[in-house]
Structures are given as structure tokens and as C-alpha cells.
Design a protein around this ligand. Structure first.
Ligand code: SF4
Ligand code: SF4
Length: 101
């Protein structure tokens, strides 16, 4: 899922924090989250890697179930908006699970 934050500056802190949470090391290339620059819109986009989209060292974002404040939210300066994106992503995962039942 790709999402937008009004003022994402591309600092990559969310990727670093997420990779540390998931791999125990600060490695943006292994993060299930990536920040990409959209040349067309001239802004950064937040990409939650979905199951089936994994590549390189990247696994997929499971939405950190049961975690009140995932690392990507905790360390984002725009955390309120990031929280909204994670909630949206979690809803997508939840509805997929329900549809598979
Ligand atoms: S919800 Fe968890 S796995 Fe997904 S991007 Fe945030 S910290 Fe990473
Ligand atoms: S931490 Fe927040 S502001 Fe920084 S790149 Fe990630 S989403 Fe953008």
C-alpha cells in the first residue's frame, strides 16, 4: 500500500526504526517499509510492502499486530498522520483475512 503524508520530508527514520524492530539492525534495505520519491508528484510516498511484494532483504509489513504504537509511528515527526496510514493498512489486512475465511 502506498500512502501520503502532508509533510513527509523523506528523513527515512521510520524505515530505520522498522528495520531495527524487525531485524535487530538499522538497515533500511531490510525494512518492510520504504520511502520512495514520486518524481511525478514531487513528493515522498510511504510504501508498506505487502505479502507477495517482498524483494531483496525486505519482508512484508504485518502491521505489527498487538503493538499499540509501531516503531514507524513512534519515530515519525508526523506521527499522527503516520498512525492514520498504519491504521488504514491494518484495516486492509483485516478485511483480507475476513474475506479468506
Ligand atoms: S507497522 Fe510495523 S512492520 Fe509495518 S512499517 Fe510499521 S513498524 Fe514496520
Ligand atoms: S519518519 Fe515520517 S517524515 Fe520521516 S520519512 Fe518516515 S514518514 Fe516521512
Amino acid at each position: 500500500m502506498y500512502g501520503k503524508l502532508e509533510n513527509c520530508g523523506g528523513c527515512n527514520t521510520c524505515m530505520m526504526a522498522c528495520s531495527f524492530e524487525k531485524t535487530g539492525a538499522f538497515n533500511t534495505k531490510a525494512s518492510p517499509l520504504e520511502i520512495v520519491f514520486d518524481e511525478h508528484e514531487k513528493r515522498y510516498l510511504v510504501h508498506f510492502i505487502e505479502e507477495g511484494e517482498e524483494y531483496g532483504e525486505r519482508s512484508f509489513c504485518d502491521g505489527c499486530p498487538g503493538v499499540e504504537e509501531p516503531m514507524c509511528v513512534r519515530y515519525c515527526r508526523e506521527w499522527i498522520e503516520m498512525r492514520r496510514l498504519v491504521d488504514t493498512y491494518r484495516q486492509i489486512l483485516k478485511s483480507r483475512c475476513e474475506n479468506e475465511e
